[in-house]
Design a protein around this ligand. Structure first.
Ligand code: ADP
Length: 493
């Protein structure tokens, strides 16, 4: 070392106590002196290190870069350099160092040695590597989501907290023209050619799916028609979910629009088919039943023929019930059921229905009881309400076991009338209870035991009750029985 002994002591002290790795390196790379911080950094004693060159403690992949800088200094291109490079710890692991090196030349310009300082930046480097890999992962995920967003066969829309459209996929963009031929200004709730399922009533702002979602609602399978022209319009089923940050803060809403036009058109075709077939069947059937009536009235028929005719008549009437059920379903499918309200004695109506069901009940060994007031005047569609009572009664008997009982109760409860049909039959499983009012639904037990039916009766019942402004509820337990309760608003007849 050059300089005074004072200077040299000071230099030694600095070297000894610096928290930064320091070394004096010969032009050929030999480590002339190394401070303890550098030894610690690489897992050696300072003396051990001073026996080798920097090449041995440098990661092979970073050696060439380091040597090139050293050479440029020796060539006089530069005096010093800074380099982030990897060192090898004694136990083999990588230590990242931020190296600053300066070449000291003698008075004659000859290179004497490098003064090198090495800051351990392993932690920062590892963090940077982790960040880079996390970023790459996020980017991959983003790309995958982006691909899904654009390729799914469902329209997707993201609405911001303020109700503005933030993003939509191509699919949704393309389908916006039909409801909004004059363009959309990107705010939830804009009105357009959007119709309720009846295909006639335009939706109000409160009914628009985007507006509902922007107001914080979540829903599934919200179906409606879009487009002005009934022949070319499309049907959509829409679902909405609220989007929240990890801390629960509301960010907006996401909507998915599924095109269900084909399904809706197929359902329309099915309804039209059912309705036209049942119309076609009714006329000849009426004639068959009429003639059966006439022939059945003859006194001169041999006993066996009379018995066979009764079988024919029973089956023809079943067919008639089926056809009229189908006709009703067709009518119900066309929207609001028209009612012909009259002043009716509901108590008498129910009594007659119970009397008519007695034969059926006796056949099935089921007792039938009625609990009703003498009179109960009401304003309702007599024929339709009779259909409700008949359907509930025939189900109660049909789904009872021999020895069972059916109890019918009619009463006024404040501003309503309540009709209850309670049986001790097979009951309905909770999973099926919600479905029994659906068109063509038949319970598992009914199918298994081949109990005849079409799955239309309860659908008709609920439509008629709804048209009267009432409701029908079900209480049931498998193996114990079922109670159907019809509540109608009471309008005096
Ligand atoms: P159907 O009786 O022709 O099958 P419904 O629409 O009247 O059609 O009834 C639908 C289904 O509901 C039936 O298939 C049956 O599984 C169930 N159900 C209806 N009424 C009863 C009842 N009283 N007890 C048990 N199950 C019933």
């Amino acid at each position: 070392m050059q300089g005074s002994s004072d200077g040299s002591d000071l230099w030694n002290l600095t070297l000894q106590h610096s928290p930064i790795g320091m070394a004096l390196v010969a032009p050929d790379g030999r480590l002339l002196r190394v401070n303890p911080a550098m030894g610690d950094m690489l897992g050696y004693d300072a003396e051990q290190l001073a026996q080798g060159g920097f090449q041995e403690i440098t990661h092979p992949n970073d050696l060439a870069g380091d040597l090139a800088m050293v050479q440029r200094c020796l060539d006089g291109d530069i005096d010093s350099f800074r380099l982030r490079k990897r060192y090898l710890h004694r136990d083999g692991h990588v230590v990242w160092g931020d190296l600053s090196a300066a070449l000291v030349r003698g008075t004659d310009g000859r290179p004497l040695h490098f003064i090198s300082q090495i800051l351990d930046v392993t932690e920062a480097e590892e963090q940077r590597a982790r960040l880079t890999s996390t970023n790459a992962e996020l980017e991959r995920e983003r790309q995958a989501l982006e691909a899904i967003f654009e390729t799914v066969g469902v329209g997707l829309l993201l609405i911001g907290r303020d109700g503005r459209y933030e993003r939509m996929n191509r699919r949704h963009h393309e389908t916006m023209r039909q409801p909004f031929p004059d363009g959309h200004d990107g705010v939830a709730g804009q009105l357009g050619h959007v119709y309720r399922l009846d295909g006639q009533t335009l939706m109000t702002r409160d009914e628009m799916p985007s507006y509902r979602a922007a107001q914080g609602e979540e829903f599934d399978d919200y179906a409606y028609w879009v487009g002005d022209d009934p022949l070319t319009r499309s049907a959509y089923s829409t679902s909405a979910r609220q989007v929240r940050s990890a801390s629960g803060e509301k960010l907006g809403a996401a909507l998915a629009y599924q095109d269900i036009t084909d399904l809706m058109r197929a359902m329309q075709v099915k309804d039209e088919f059912v309705s036209s077939v049942s119309h076609e069947l009714r006329t000849p059937l009426t004639s068959v039943l009429g003639y059966l009536e006439i022939i059945g009235g003859r006194e001169d028929l041999p006993a066996d023929v009379a018995a066979q005719l009764r079988v024919v008549r029973r089956n023809a009437s079943r067919l008639e019930t089926l056809v009229s059920d189908l006709l009703h379903v067709g009518e119900l499918g066309e929207g609001q059921l028209p009612l012909h309200r009259d002043a009716v004695d509901l108590a008498a109506l129910v009594r007659h229905a119970v009397e008519a069901a007695r034969a059926l009940a006796a056949n099935a060994d089921v007792t039938l009881e009625l609990d009703a007031p003498e009179h109960l005047g009401a304003l309702l569609d007599e024929q339709r309400v009779r259909q409700v009572v008949d359907n509930l009664l025939s189900n109660a008997v049909k789904y009872s076991r021999p020895g069972g009982s059916v109890h019918v109760t009619l009463r006024r409860v404040e501003e309503t009338v309540e009709l209850e049909v309670r049986d001790t039959g097979i009951g309905i499983a909770p999973a099926e209870a919600a479905q029994v009012f659906e068109r063509f639904f038949r319970g598992g037990e009914a199918l298994q035991n081949q109990i005849p039916g079409t799955g239309l009766g309860l659908n008709i019942v609920s439509s008629i009750v709804a048209a009267h402004g009432g409701e029908v509820t079900l209480d049931s337990e498998v193996g114990r029985g079922s109670t159907f309760r019809v509540t109608l608003p009471h309008r005096d007849g």
